[in-house]
Write a new protein. Structure first.
Length: 505
């Protein structure tokens, strides 16, 4: 959505911005323009929607600094600060291209002739003698990789140098004059960016190795249907496994997800927070079936609100909790609850996707594009509705349909099911709703959620002394991706690959 509101880096308008600059400097301008647009446009749009909402509700700002125009100017000025994302993009792309251009020029200049024992010998002969162990193309490839590695290192360090209060703790310690506070700075502000780079580098390397393997086996006639199925389902598998990690973290460790992402999942799931609290306490042993732990009030409040017997929320009297509590007033049937979830989620998503897609269609309206917009919005809404329905139905399958038949109905088994197995079942099922989407969308969605899934496996804050490891991982991964854009641009998949080719090529 952000990119649709700005000029594409491959469009004539964006390219014309750098026509007056030397060829080697044009990627810098395109990178800065793209970084500025992607970092400021979402914030401007959010501010605009909030302002319109407040105007509709006749809410008048009491403080001048909360007015629309000053806030807009703060956002626009903030984007041009040195330690922000646009400068990072320009430093990364500009540094890699300029270093590569300089290194390439040196290689071309010195590769024409080499002085050897007072005689001038063409390098080509030396390469031929060494049987092309060191070829000019490999040297250029190494130069590109090293140039990007250096640029990525220093550009990420630029972002990391900006201090944030969210990554500073104050620890008290005793002094001769009393107790004082000592600030301790943590790292991790750029973790999401690093994981994105790692995901893309792994996708490039694994994709290239798999393509080579496929070519060899097809040529030898040994390519099997199982391997073809694995290729077809690879993006869906990435999405499903990533969503399983994300949804598990959303239930039990929500602090491992970005705040905005956590908030969006909460809006889409439309779940009573008391139910989430009960599931977490069941997982960590604060609520135990058959044992009075003083936690009955957590779900009994829900039961009262949804006109259910209060005993349904008592872990001593209800072993396990009836699924009606999970259904939140829809009824006893798990299937009816799943269908209800699907319908509500579809309408919620359709009311969001359709207006946004229609805005894009207005740029070049036609009957065919309008029909495609409706189909695309309906497909994406069905995907999200199925995702949510499968998640909740997976929980019910483990709690009442399949779990008790396999594990039994004893109190310890009920504790085990509600302590994690039911959530795991929903997490495993929900991501396969991506099969509703087209192959292109499955690819984009898989690459979108994979870094967020990896983030659930790492702390969002860590000791500053270990920041060098993250910087090395980012620089190495970025160098792999940029080198691949130069050598095999089609290997960097999806919209990101198109954007990167538009900036670099």
């Amino acid at each position: 959505m952000t990119m649709s509101m700005t000029a594409s880096p491959t469009s004539p308008r964006s390219r014309s911005l750098g026509q007056g600059l030397p060829l080697v400097l044009r990627p810098v301008l395109r990178a800065y323009f793209l970084g500025y647009a992607s970092s400021t446009a979402p914030r401007v749009l959010t501010l605009l929607l909030l302002h319109l909402s407040r105007r509709r509700k006749n809410i008048i700002d009491e403080k001048p600094e909360d007015c629309f125009l000053p806030s807009l100017l703060r956002i626009l000025r903030g984007g041009v600060e040195l330690q922000r994302f646009p400068t990072f993009c320009a430093a990364l792309v500009g540094g890699s291209t300029l270093l590569e251009a300089h290194t390439t020029a040196e290689i071309v200049r010195t590769s024409r002739y080499v002085s050897f024992k007072n005689s001038t010998v063409k390098v080509g002969y030396l390469l031929h003698i060494s049987q092309y162990i060191i070829t000019k193309s490999n040297i250029l490839r190494l130069a590109r990789w090293l140039s990007t590695f250096i640029a990525a290192w220093y550009s990420l360090r630029l972002l990391q140098s900006k201090k944030s209060e969210a990554f500073i703790d104050h620890v008290s310690y005793a002094t001769p004059n009393g107790v004082a506070l000592r600030p301790i700075q943590f790292a991790g502000r750029t973790m999401d960016l690093t994981l994105f780079a790692i995901t893309r580098a792994v996708d490039v390397l694994v994709g290239e190795l798999w393509a080579q393997r496929r070519a060899r086996r097809v040529a030898s006639g040994r390519w099997t249907k199982f391997e073809e199925l694995a290729s077809t389902l690879s993006d869906s598998s990435i999405f499903a496994s990533s969503c399983a990690l994300i949804m598990w973290a959303w239930i039990y460790t929500p602090d491992r997800l970005p705040r905005s992402y956590n908030k969006w999942i909460k809006s889409a799931a439309a779940v009573d927070q008391r139910l989430l609290l009960a599931l977490r306490r069941m997982r960590f042993g604060e609520i135990k079936y058959g044992l009075e732990t003083g936690q009955a009030h957590v779900l009994q409040g829900m039961c009262k609100d949804y006109n259910l017997p209060l005993d349904y929320g008592d872990p001593v009297k209800s072993i396990p909790y009836p699924c009606e509590v999970v259904h939140m007033g829809v009824g006893k049937s798990c299937e009816k609850h799943a269908l209800s979830r699907w319908g509500n989620s579809f309408l919620w998503a359709f009311s969001t996707y359709l207006p946004l897609n229609l805005i894009l269609t207005l740029r070049n309206p036609s009957k065919k594009r309008f029909k495609q917009t409706l189909e695309s919005s309906a497909r994406s809404s069905a995907f999200l509705g199925t995702f949510i329905a499968l998640y909740y139905y997976g929980i019910c399958l483990a709690r009442t349909r399949i779990g008790p038949r396999i594990l039994g109905t004893s109190t310890p088994r009920c504790q085990q099911i509600d302590g994690g197995i039911c959530i795991g079942s929903g997490c495993v099922l929900c991501g396969w709703s991506v099969l509703i989407e087209t192959a292109g969308r499955r690819k984009e969605l898989g690459l979108f959620v994979a870094p967020r899934a990896l983030a659930t496996l790492f702390p969002r804050r860590y000791l500053l002394e270990n920041q060098c490891r993250e910087t090395i991982a980012f620089a190495f991964s970025t160098a792999v991706v940029f080198t691949c854009v130069g050598e095999r641009p089609e290997r960097v998949r999806g919209l990101f690959g198109k954007l990167l080719r538009g900036v670099l090529v």
